[in-house]
Design a protein around this ligand. Structure first.
Ligand code: SAH
Length: 393
């Protein structure tokens, strides 16, 4: 077993059971890509078993802090069983569920979503890449399913020096799938959709949005960064009369239109605008359009904390415009999925946007990822998705 020795004092995060060690903390030692290594402090004390990433800034990701634990097939079977047991205790209102959520499930770099009878996995660290075959077999054995599609095309692969890999890892067949979410039906393609096919993390917020649209009597809704129209279907279900989906992806908007029909809503109640959100918000303002509810669910503007400042300006700008486009008493559902923007910073950004717009609002909802995308106490980076529901005063 290869040994890695950390610099003096650099064991601090591991002692707190945080699973990452950065390149600059390593004094001596190395390994092959994804190889299991023994990590020791400068004075030779055992810290953890970890996967070595020769190319990543995150040089080590801890598998286990238990010196007696072996990192073998049984280890992965145990971690997967634990993750599935946690999901089994949740009342997820869908047949599409995140089964493995990386660090939070003790499997750094592994994402697994189940869409009805199909598993979709992203292997984004050298460690899980090395154990891919073992993990794939363990996932199928634990779920009793036979199909596993690989979507290892996330940007994080690049930082690990791993090539893009997509396609069936186990089983084969149709990649188009229809899921049920709450009372709605939604379609996706695991080969072509964003991430693993759909944004499951917003499931609970889509439900709350439907309820809020109903409760506050919102008639006109602007769904920005709509992707395939999940929040648009929610708005229609909540009784909105007129809903606009805005996205820069044509195929996503085609699916949004199909979702309106699939869920039995009149196509006349929905418009799909293939456009840039920023330009659209400015155009609506210039044209004097106003809405009773606006959703802002942008992509990750700040992949890491280093991008936070520029991202903060971008978030502030769209939120300022949205505040100005809301009717009095209107509802803003605004999100950030940037790990580099902490919830309190996001709150400050939205506050600044309101100030610039000359608008105040009541915070009526604090939103986060659905519970099958768990956060753990030891891994604050897991708190990536945050949102606020705000009623304009
Ligand atoms: N709200 C969606 C998920 C949104 S993901 C849901 O509930 O499923 C972010 C979306 O923003 C993606 O669909 C992407 O195509 C779109 N997007 C990214 N930049 C954009 C831009 N500048 N203008 C419009 N859409 C954009």
């Amino acid at each position: 077993m290869k040994k890695i020795t950390l610099r003096t004092g650099k064991e601090r995060s591991l002692v707190k059971r945080h699973p990452w060690v950065f390149e600059s903390s390593v004094a001596r030692g190395g390994g092959d890509s994804g190889e299991t290594v023994r990590v020791e402090s400068a004075d030779g004390a055992f810290l953890c078993w970890a996967a070595f990433s020769p190319q990543s800034q995150i040089r080590l990701r801890a598998w286990s802090f238990d010196e007696a634990e072996r990192i073998d097939a049984a280890f992965f079977q145990r971690r997967i069983a634990q993750a599935l047991a946690m999901r089994a205790r949740l009342a997820v209102a869908s047949d599409a569920v995140r089964l493995i959520h990386g660090e939070a499930d003790g499997l750094p770099g592994l994402i697994v979503d189940r869409y009805v009878d199909t598993l979709v996995a992203q292997f984004t660290s050298a460690g899980v890449e090395r154990w891919k075959g073992v993990i794939a077999d363990a996932l199928l054995a634990a779920t009793g399913l036979t199909r596993l599609y690989e979507r290892s095309d996330a940007q994080a692969r690049e930082w690990e020096g791993l090539p893009v890999q997509t396609g069936w890892l186990r089983g084969e067949g149709e990649t188009a799938i229809t899921i049920r979410e709450h009372d709605w039906r939604l379609t996706l393609d695991v080969a072509q959709g964003h991430k693993t096919g759909y944004y499951l993390d917003q499931r609970d917020s889509r439900r709350r949005f439907a309820d809020a649209v109903k409760q506050y009597g919102c008639q006109t809704v602007l769904n920005c960064f709509s992707y395939t129209g999940g929040f648009s279907v929610a708005a229609l279900a909540g009784g909105a009369g007129q809903v606009v989906s805005v996205d820069s992806s044509g195929p996503a908007l085609e699916r949004a239109k199909a979702h309106v029909a699939l869920n039995g809503f009149d196509a006349a109640r929905h418009e799909a605008w293939d456009a840039d959100v920023n330009a659209t918000l400015r155009r609506c303002l210039a044209e004097g359009r106003r809405f009773d509810a606006i959703v802002l669910d942008p992509p990750k503007f700040a992949p890491t904390a280093a991008h936070a400042e520029r991202a903060a300006r971008a978030y502030k700008d769209i939120n300022r415009l949205a505040f100005m486009l809301l009717n009095d008493g209107g509802l803003l559902y605004t999100f950030s999925c940037s790990g580099g923007i902490a919830p309190d910073l996001f709150h400050k950004i939205v506050a600044g946007a309101g100030l610039d717009a000359g608008v105040d609002g009541y915070i009526v909802e604090r939103l986060s990822a659905a519970a099958d995308h768990p956060q753990t106490v030891r891994f604050p980076e897991g708190d990536y998705l945050k949102g606020l529901g705000i009623l304009r005063r």
